[in-house]
Design a protein around this ligand. Structure first.
Ligand code: GRF
Length: 216
């Protein structure tokens, strides 16, 4: 069966991108990474991708009249590569409404909190300041509202008394690297059903859409 063509958008480090590329290297993984596109030419993830033999492109957000013009240029690049699913992995641009509408139900994001708690930036600090005992990450469909959109799956981790932004971030990131390849697999296997803004993941074991890792 043909593999699902995935386009990954990054702006920086690219560790989630690397996890997805790693997963896609298994012969039985049902998705392939058609391209990695960055809005920044100096994103470290670009080298990781090209070293792994994945096509890369830079579409700078600079020099466009407005957000939508940039979004259309980005979209044209993805379409040129035959992308069927757009995966945001540390992509630090806010879209115009045009992009998520154009790619409706075909663009996903990972956010390092248990949404709908702690949207936006400085997410770990928000969680520590709130005193939550549990945090984690969320994979969701992208809609015009920031860090909103139907939730597909989450991974939870404990928040420990002596956590800093960095230690909590690292604990969550390890789970991001498990969760994102799993969700992309479900997309490729046609398991994600979207009904009236709610998501059902079909034919997976009960509880498969919540990972929990109690280890520190
Ligand atoms: C991750 O924490 C992800 O949840 C957020 O941006 C960060 C990207 O990290 N959206 P990386 O570039 O994948 O290492």
């Amino acid at each position: 069966m043909a593999k699902l063509k995935v386009g990954i958008l990054i702006s920086g480090r690219g560790s989630n991108m690397a996890a997805l590329i790693g997963a896609s290297q298994a012969a039985d993984y049902p998705a392939e990474i058609a391209c990695v596109v960055s809005n920044k030419a100096d994103a470290p993830g670009l080298k990781i991708a090209s070293d792994a033999g994945v096509a890369t492109a830079v579409v700078s957000h600079r020099g466009h009249a407005d957000r939508e013009t940039f979004d259309r240029a980005l979209s044209a690049e993805l379409e040129r590569r035959g992308v069927e699913l757009v995966v945001l992995a540390g992509f630090m641009r806010i879209f115009s409404p045009w992009f998520p509408v154009h790619w409706a139900n075909r663009v996903i994001n990972i956010h390092p909190s248990l949404l709908p708690s702690f949207k936006g930036l400085n997410v770990q600090r928000q969680a520590l300041d709130a005193g939550v005992r549990l945090s984690g990450c969320t994979v969701h469909l992208v809609i015009p509202d920031l860090d909103a959109g139907p939730i597909i799956a989450q991974a939870a981790v404990p928040v420990l008394a002596d956590d800093t932004d960095d230690t909590l971030s690292a604990r969550i990131l390890r789970q991001e690297h498990r969760l994102y390849p799993l969700v992309v697999r479900w997309f490729a296997e046609g398991r994600i059903a979207i009904d009236d803004g709610r998501i059902e993941v079909r034919d997976v074991p009960p509880g498969a859409t919540l990972l929990f890792s109690p280890e520190p």
